[in-house]
Design a protein around this ligand. Structure first.
Ligand code: DX5
Ligand code: ZN
Length: 220
């Protein structure tokens, strides 16, 4: 079985010490940097854009997993690729021509994925799954870090894993929102492969040890 992956969310990093926090992730057992882009329209919050991502890319030694919480993401795909995105995920709810947007991400040289809001049925993915490197399931309402994990996610992971297996694909499932040492193993057992963790990592006293612990639990 493939290794389960940990993606610390840089939304919870200390922006005054961004280089330090990027280097912490470099030196940890984390696999990806999770980069949350918010536009104040698709979600109520605004996070950061191109110059900040380029600054992180300058020091990052691991792939950037860029989660776009913006309306009509197709307007900006090439620019996100240019500043260093390795994986780009777009919300099903944010773009009308999803298939075209996924092709656009791949044409820009990135791996492409779809994000589903908390209650968007996983069945909407049935026909588009073969186009996806990864599916990101939100386990909170997107827009803010530090929210409580919603338990309906376990069943959603199981359903999506069954759909992926049925189609004979190896699409990854990533979980985002409220992931901690209390729920990561159960999510991994349900069939998730990658885990975003913001507050749980960055608010802990020993961030490197927290990441190591998450990774061990996910792979246990
Ligand atoms: C929220 C973001 C998440 C967020 C997760 O909309 O997509 O990636 O940073 O933060 P935690 O782990 O604190 O819930
Ligand atoms: Zn995210």
């Amino acid at each position: 079985m493939a290794q389960k992956l940990i993606a610390p969310s840089m939304l919870a990093a200390d922006f005054g010490n961004l280089q330090r926090d990027v280097e912490m992730v470099n030196n940890s057992e984390a696999d990806w940097f999770h980069i949350d882009v918010m536009d104040g329209h698709f979600v109520p919050n605004i996070s950061y854009g191109f110059p900040v991502i380029a600054a992180m890319k300058k020091y990052a030694t691991k792939p950037l997993d860029v989660h776009l919480m913006i309306e009509k993401p197709e307007r900006y795909i090439e620019e996100f690729a240019k500043v260093g995105a390795d994986i780009i995920t777009v919300h099903h709810e944010s773009t009308v021509h999803l298939h075209r947007t996924l092709r656009q991400i791949k044409d820009a040289g990135c791996k492409a994925g779809i994000v589903l809001n908390l209650t968007t049925p996983v069945s909407v993915l049935e026909d588009i799954l073969p186009e996806c490197y990864m599916i990101l399931l939100m386990s909170i309402n997107p827009g803010f870090g530090g929210q409580k994990f919603e338990d309906i996610t376990y069943n959603r992971v199981r359903k999506l894993r069954a759909m992926i297996n049925e189609q004979g694909l190896n699409t990854r499932i990533e979980i985002d929102g409220g992931v901690t040492n209390k729920n990561i193993k159960r999510l991994a057992d349900a069939g998730a492969d990658a885990f975003v963790a913001g507050s749980h990592v960055f608010k802990s006293d020993n961030q490197i040890a927290t990441i190591k612990n998450l990774k061990e639990l996910a792979n246990s």
